[in-house]
Design a protein. Structure first.
Length: 242
């Protein structure tokens, strides 16, 4: 006699409401992270060839002031000493690091955080893509985006964008507007002294003046003139001048 096959009905595993909520939340978080990654990659990638028409901080200042001075200029139309001056002032090892100056960070920690260690690459990320102010979320995004910027952009492109979006006075953005605002010249006509003066007012353009320099700005200008000449001789400007 053939045995009758019996089938056992499998009970479907019940999913509780909290479990279903967590699964849905996890799915949407992953989608959100993926969307953020794609957005960041696209934004940084487009920045290789597309010049920023504005920045979050520039937009905020324009709303606050009723307008800002900003006019893009290619780096080829800027006196070469200007790039050397800002590197000497803000990030002397710009050509030697991949976005973070480890030695400067170590020194800042040893000095109790009394000096900054932010590189030009980090400042470019902050100025172009993020917002100003001390905020852990912004710093985390800056730390993630800086190596990506270094990977996708050339050093010369980073300097070009930095010079164009840096603030040089209240409502004055970029080296072209700054050269005209302070000295009445084009960026190509900047002298060594004028370039060093503009670099000397960074990173406190609202508290310093390039046309009416304080004793501190004069002293800093002399140091920048010396530093710009040094990095020009020892090869630390090759990455953005070649």
């Amino acid at each position: 006699m053939a045995k009758r096959k019996t089938t056992r009905s499998r009970k479907k595993k019940q999913v509780s409401a909290p479990q279903l909520f967590l699964r849905t939340l996890r799915r949407w978080v992953l989608r959100g992270v993926l969307a953020l990654v794609v957005l960041v990659l696209a934004g940084v990638g487009l920045g290789v060839v597309i010049n920023p028409w504005s920045t979050p901080y520039m937009f905020a200042e324009s709303r606050r002031l009723g307008g800002v001075e900003y006019d893009w200029v290619p780096v080829d139309a800027v006196a070469p000493v200007m790039a050397r001056a800002v590197v000497a002032a803000e990030d002397a090892n710009f050509c030697l690091h991949w976005g973070f100056d480890v030695a400067a960070i170590r020194t800042a920690i040893e000095e109790g955080g009394t000096r900054g260690a932010s590189t030009i690459s980090q400042q470019t990320v902050k100025n172009v893509y993020l917002w100003h102010g001390r905020n852990y979320t912004r710093k985390a995004l800056e730390a993630l985006m800086t190596p990506l910027l270094e990977l996708m952009w050339s050093k010369r492109r980073i300097i070009e964008v930095y010079l164009n979006v840096a603030e040089f006075d209240t409502g004055v953005f970029g080296v072209k507007a700054a050269a005209q605002h302070y000295f009445g010249v084009s960026p190509a006509q900047l002298t060594d002294l004028q370039a060093a003066r503009l670099a000397a007012i960074l990173p406190d353009p609202k508290g310093r003046s390039a046309s009416r320099p304080s004793d501190f700005v004069r002293k800093r200008t002399r140091a920048i003139l010396s530093g710009a000449a040094t990095i020009g001789k020892d090869g630390r400007s090759d990455c953005f001048e070649s």
